[in-house]
Design a protein around this ligand. Sequence first.
Ligand code: ACO
Length: 279
Amino acid sequence: MAQASNGPGRLPTEAELTRAGLGLAVEGPVARITISRPERRNAMTGRTWTTLAHIGHTLPADVRIVVIAGEGDIFSAGIDLGMFTPEGVDGERSMVGGILDGSSTGADVEEYIAGLQEGFLWLRRPDLVTVAAVRGHAIGAGFQLALSCDLRILADDAKFCMKEPALGLVPDLTGTKPLVDIVGVHRAVEICLTARRVGAQEARELGLAELVVPADELPGAVDDVVAALLATNAEAAAATKALLQQAAGNTLEEQAAAERRAQVARLTALAGTMAADNR
Ligand code: ACO
């Protein structure tokens, strides 16, 4: 069950979550988000992503782990294709309507997409470890959502597909960077420009999955990983994730300096705890 937030603002209500095709259960340090529009194969809309951003902004401060899964045997069929019709989905803003009728400038559309990207960006926060639990298809925006997470745990029936170029689009929901970081630019070009399906075993070989398990073992495997993550000191985990995130962009000297700074902060905290214990 969703619960009141200790952070700024309040979590989305059950009605808001349902309207966005999402479920949310927060239990202590673990938040579980479910993409839940089974009649549309868990296809997502703009509202799904603005509500995801809302969740990210209002999660209780003690949440450390976020698990994202799809309802049923599919992660997500990606964007609801109705978003590319002039009328959009359920009265939601269409991706093309404003361009078609001249009411939106390119800058307006960029601003709109930036709001949608917020639903994906927060998953990189150092104070959280985010886990995608993937069954079946993760297409387009679904693949990008999985790529936004720190860890991908796949059922053996999982299939990734970056469908956007095949639809005349580019992947724009923050998935291109993690994809290139993981598989390299050449494999990323091949995966995106063929829009082919990457099965679970290949995903594992490419580093797109940390773990692949039989489908009926996925919930248990996720629980095991969550338990192992929770056994690590929260502040050390956040500081380590922050260090790892900056490693690729740093020179060795810069990274070594960042390690020293982070360790001084950790040692200072540990010394403070020891001093308090001795009082
Ligand atoms: N948007 C809207 N409706 C969808 C979507 C979608 N992305 N995907 C599936 N649905 C709907 C279907 O229209 C169908 O509706 P209906 O029952 O009213 O006819 C229902 O969900 C079931 O879909 P099926 O195709 O019958 O399901 P199946 O299990 O055979 O296939 C699959 C699933 C592979 C996901 C297929 O539906 C598919 O390829 N969907 C489109 C994927 C896509 O192109 N997504 C956009 C990628 S680009 C991006 O995300 C930015």
